[in-house]
Design a protein around this ligand. Structure first.
Ligand SMILES: C[S@@+](CC[C@H](N)C(=O)[O-])C[C@H]1O[C@@H](n2cnc3c(N)ncnc32)[C@H](O)[C@@H]1O
Length: 218
């Protein structure tokens, strides 16, 4: 799960995590945050997700971070956008309209760059990380987000011995353990999705649920 793992996935086009439409649970759960238009939303491990476009269409300013230059280039090209580019200590920033993607390592971000974020949206980010990195991602990176920050987190749960991640199974107890110190955590939706995921069935997974949480930083 080091950077080379992800660079290779993008080079080889092995991006089964990418969806050709915005995530339905995002559309369902985002109104729970009651976030004003113009608020900035942090999207860690952004890929080239259409969720970025959906969030911008809600009137938000979007700040994504993504390791792969290929993903970033594909995102802007596929939306016919010509981003302005500048460099900072966090990486190379690409900006078009209300969407800014930093091509860099999420673990290199700090409180300065995240200071304006009123919300965080996590789909396939926490669950893309192995256990020690998950703790660092929440306890160190999310600790840099301002108090009062809200968020939607989407996870997967399956019997962990039935499949190797990523995506990893992250049960509710782990979510509460990781976030509970600094964040209020509320499970909003829990849904069986095995029948819609033939890839998991083919790998021998016998049960699969997705869970969406509302997060609120103390
Ligand atoms: C499972 S994909 C999910 C992408 C996106 N959230 C989506 O829903 O399509 C994880 C993404 O995180 C990126 N990534 C992995 N480690 C990263 C890191 N340390 N910093 C920034 N991006 C990273 C990978 O290149 C990959 O595009």
């Amino acid at each position: 799960m080091d950077p080379d793992f992800w660079h290779q996935r993008w080079r080889e086009g092995r991006i089964g995590f990418h969806q050709d439409r915005p995530t339905p649970l995002l559309l369902e759960c985002w109104p729970e945050l009651a976030l004003g238009p113009g608020s900035q939303v942090f999207v860690p491990l952004a890929g080239k997700s259409l969720d970025l476009v959906w969030l911008a269409a809600q009137g938000h300013r979007v700040l994504g971070v993504e390791l792969s230059p290929l993903a970033v280039a594909q995102f802007f090209a596929e939306h016919g956008l010509a981003p302005r580019v500048h460099e900072s200590r966090y990486g190379r920033h690409y900006r078009a309209g209300d969407i800014e993607l930093i091509c860099g390592d999420v673990f290199g971000l700090d409180a300065d760059v995240l200071a304006g974020c009123a919300a965080v949206y996590d789909r396939a980010a926490l669950i893309a990380l192995p256990p020690p990195k998950r703790r660092r991602y929440v306890r160190e990176l999310h600790a840099q987000l301002p108090a009062g920050c809200r968020g939607v987190l989407i996870t997967l749960e399956y019997p962990p011995h039935e499949k190797q991640g990523p995506p990893f199974a992250v049960p509710e107890a782990e979510v509460r353990d990781l976030y509970g110190r600094d964040w209020q955590v509320q499970a909003l939706v829990r849904r069986d999705i095995l029948a819609q995921q033939p890839g998991f069935i083919a790998e021998g997974v016998s049960a699969l649920q997705t869970v969406a949480y509302r997060l609120s930083k103390r």
